[in-house]
Design a protein around this ligand. Sequence first.
Ligand code: HEM
Length: 452
Amino acid sequence: SEKLPPGSLGLPVIGQSLSLLRAMRANTAEEWLRERIRKYGPISKMSLFGKPAVFIYGQAANKFVFQSDSSTIVNQQVKSIRAILGDRCILELIGEDHKRVRDALVSFLKPESLKEYVGKMDEEVRMHLEMHWHGKQQVKVLPLMKTLTFNIICTLLFGLERGPRREILVDDFQCMIEGMWSIPLNLPFTRYSRSLKASARAQKILQGLINEKRLALQQKKTASPRQDLISCMLSIYNDKNEQVISDKEIIHNVMLVMVAGYDTSSVLLTFLVRLLANDPAIYAAVLQEQELIAKSKANGEFLTWEDLAKMKYTWKVAMETLRLFPPIFGGFRKAVKDIEYDGYLIPKDWNIFWVTGMTQMDDTIFPEPSKFDPTRFENPASIPPYCFIPFGGGPRICPGYEFARIETLVSIHYLVTRFTWKLLCSDNFFCRDPMPVPTKGLPAQISPRKLL
Ligand code: HEM
């Protein structure tokens, strides 16, 4: 115990969870962690969400988290996430199981496959703007971006038609997300218990959807097994003609993909809208790039993969937004054996806690870290490895990167070329819950605009 990192485990079950969650809601969580670093040094122990954890940070720590193999540490989420998303979701899987499920997800999410879906994404974005932006004078950006990314995922990944099932699912997913970072006390009226109930309802709907898709595939009523992620996973068979991804795995991973893909991208889009309203020079440069592309298109013509390749400046702006406001605050791994790290012992079964913003806001890595400067991404090789980590790193790096890139670029294209906006909030505050949420969901006054 002498070699355990400094720090205290706090009260049983609760530990430092409430204190961290409070800091996240006040948007002072990075400061909360820096205070710990000042007090205990770069490695310290605490107890979060019912389990002892060791907090580590810095480039070497990130490399250790993202590159260690499963004989040292494994990806294991805190109890609340595991209970809500299910034990067969990719975040819980290791070794061959992780590879099998990841390969199935990547077979759909890889750029070569997604290229075909740019037009479909374009259609969804335009439909969204037609329904929720055109004819309006005021909008609340965050809830609308959530509606947009939810619908994109439902259409493209799940092949789930608009209607009552989507409506039920959107509420259930939101409720699930709210309980993911919570103290796992399954008592009536706790966030955790509400999330568990929402997860059970969502799983039932998803099983129904899988059954429908399996039938459609058997009756050859599906245009292509690659038409959506669920049909794609149902169509993977091994040499013995057995389904490679079980129904339970499909359900748990569909829930994970929804949670991983819907809130993250909507946060990125919301912060981009906020930035473009606050920074006229960056707005002008993004608009110039997007107008040039818009003018090259015939009326109603969809954007293409080649158009997205021309949106280089816009994507740098998005990367800088992810550096300053990473949607994912951090995550957990579990030590599978006693580990000696930096002179300290991380005991077997303890969690390891990593945080995205710590290196992204380190002034030795990103000079003047609070300054918004997309030119930092002009030469990606100049950014040291494992320091810019909004999508994680190593074998578990986010497989939805390309999907997020396409939906962000397509959405920003139509937003800047078709609207102008002015923010209606009096401050630039946001809380973390656990995703960043700007004050009042970022209300904005909008006006239609024509191509110049
Ligand atoms: C701006 C958008 C996004 C951000 C910032 C983001 C961030 C991340 C991060 C940080 C991780 C790694 C977590 C860890 O190592 O513990 C991750 C994993 C993952 N993300 Fe994303 N993500 C985004 C969009 C998406 C989208 C759109 C999808 C799906 C369509 C997706 C699917 C996944 C999956 C399946 C994993 C787990 C990978 C594995 O464990 O092998 N993400 N994401």
